[in-house]
Ligand binder design. Structure first.
Ligand code: NAD
Length: 311
């Protein structure tokens, strides 16, 4: 059992605390939040300590989940790594690229495990089709939500599209980008609220991504087209359809999806296993950095287009 703690127990951090209190690989020691009454409330629920400071939590733990607002990820995560603790950091890693690079470097220097919270890799729908994905030619993704109120301290590309960017990089592999164009506009905040990006990789695979927090419902669709195969995922409903061309006939196939699996629990269990077995975590700091670099490239293009057209 690994002694664990959670920093930031708001909306998502309280879920981290629940899972770390329940996982058999974890001994949840306590939580810390800048709102002491919130820390107490969550700590009481799981019979653990509400620490008065981050230092106190770090003293008592071996591995820490950081689930504070993105703007605070860098100083909090740096302190965790400097104390030599294993780090699970929610996505997006940091607002800025230089900060993310420094965290990756620091984790290597300290020899600790560093996992980034790209939870879609653990979505049962993704797990169900993972082995079917081979050499995708075209990927289309839509991630649209009602205006959430939370997460709007960053552009929609860093808040929502980054999930799909990580999945794209995971499925396409180590391919260079040949072409990238992106557009986006602020609608309800002063940040980009709706964005569309088109990316073509050197091997010809083309990706079209749309992310929006200005929508009247929730949609999370990810479609992969490859030779003789069409794979359609709904990562919100955890539904999967595969269509295969065999001897001139299109055959539908519905892989089994284990909807009882909670992606965040699989993700945190994988982090703790990586620590226990001294292995690379399934989503490394470098993976998080790659997705963040692509997100920033998209954002730069969006802002260039906004300036060019004076939108
Ligand atoms: P939230 O505002 O509900 O909670 C953040 C908590 O952190 C609050 O309780 C706040 O008091 C506390 N906090 C702020 N600064 C702190 C500090 N310096 N030290 C300790 N505590 C601090 O936010 P949320 O919606 O839970 O999001 C938190 C993070 O999780 C964000 O980075 C967000 O992008 C990420 N997130 C990821 C997913 C996902 O799908 N993986 C989903 C939602 C949120």
């Amino acid at each position: 059992m690994i002694r664990t703690g959670v920093v930031g127990v708001g909306h998502l951090g309280s879920v981290h605390a629940r899972i770390l209190a329940q996982l058999e690989e974890s001994d949840l020691v306590g939580v810390y939040d800048i709102r002491p009454e919130r820390a107490r409330e969550v700590a009481e629920r799981w019979g653990v300590q509400a620490f008065p400071s981050l230092e106190a939590l770090l003293e008592a733990t071996e591995a820490v989940s950081v689930v504070t607002p993105t703007e605070t990820h860098y100083p909090v995560a740096r302190q965790v790594l400097e104390a030599g603790r294993h780090l699970f950091l929610e996505k997006p890693m940091t607002p800025r690229l230089d900060q993310a690079r420094r965290l990756v470097q620091l984790a290597r220097e300290k020899g600790v495990k560093f996992q980034v919270g790209h939870v879609e890799r653990f979505n049962p729908a993704v797990l169900a089709i993972r082995d079917w994905v081979q050499n995708p030619r075209f990927i289309e993704s839509h991630r649209l939500t009602l205006f959430p109120g939370r997460g709007t301290d960053v552009d929609v590309v860093l808040d929502l599209m980054i999930h799909d960017l990580d999945l794209v990089l995971y499925f396409v592999g180590a391919q260079e980008i040949e072409f990238l164009d992106a557009v986006g506009v602020p609608v309800l905040t002063d940040k980009v609220d709706i964005a569309n990006a088109r990316i073509r990789f050197k091997n010809g695979c083309t990706v079209n991504l749309t992310a929006s927090r200005v929508y009247s419902a929730h949609m999370r669709k990810f479609r992969i087209f490859q030779k003789d195969t069409y794979i359609s995922l709904d990562t919100r409903k955890k539904e999967v359809e595969v269509y295969l061309l065999r001897d001139g006939t299109v055959l539908p196939y519905f892989p089994e999806v284990d909807r009882n699996q909670e992606p965040l629990a699989l993700e945190l269990a994988a982090f703790l296993r990586a620590i226990a077995r001294d292995q690379e975590p399934p989503v490394t700091g470098e993976d998080g950095l790659r997705a963040l670099e692509l997100a920033h490239r998209i954002l730069r293009t969006i802002h260039e287009n906004l300036r060019r057209y004076e939108i």
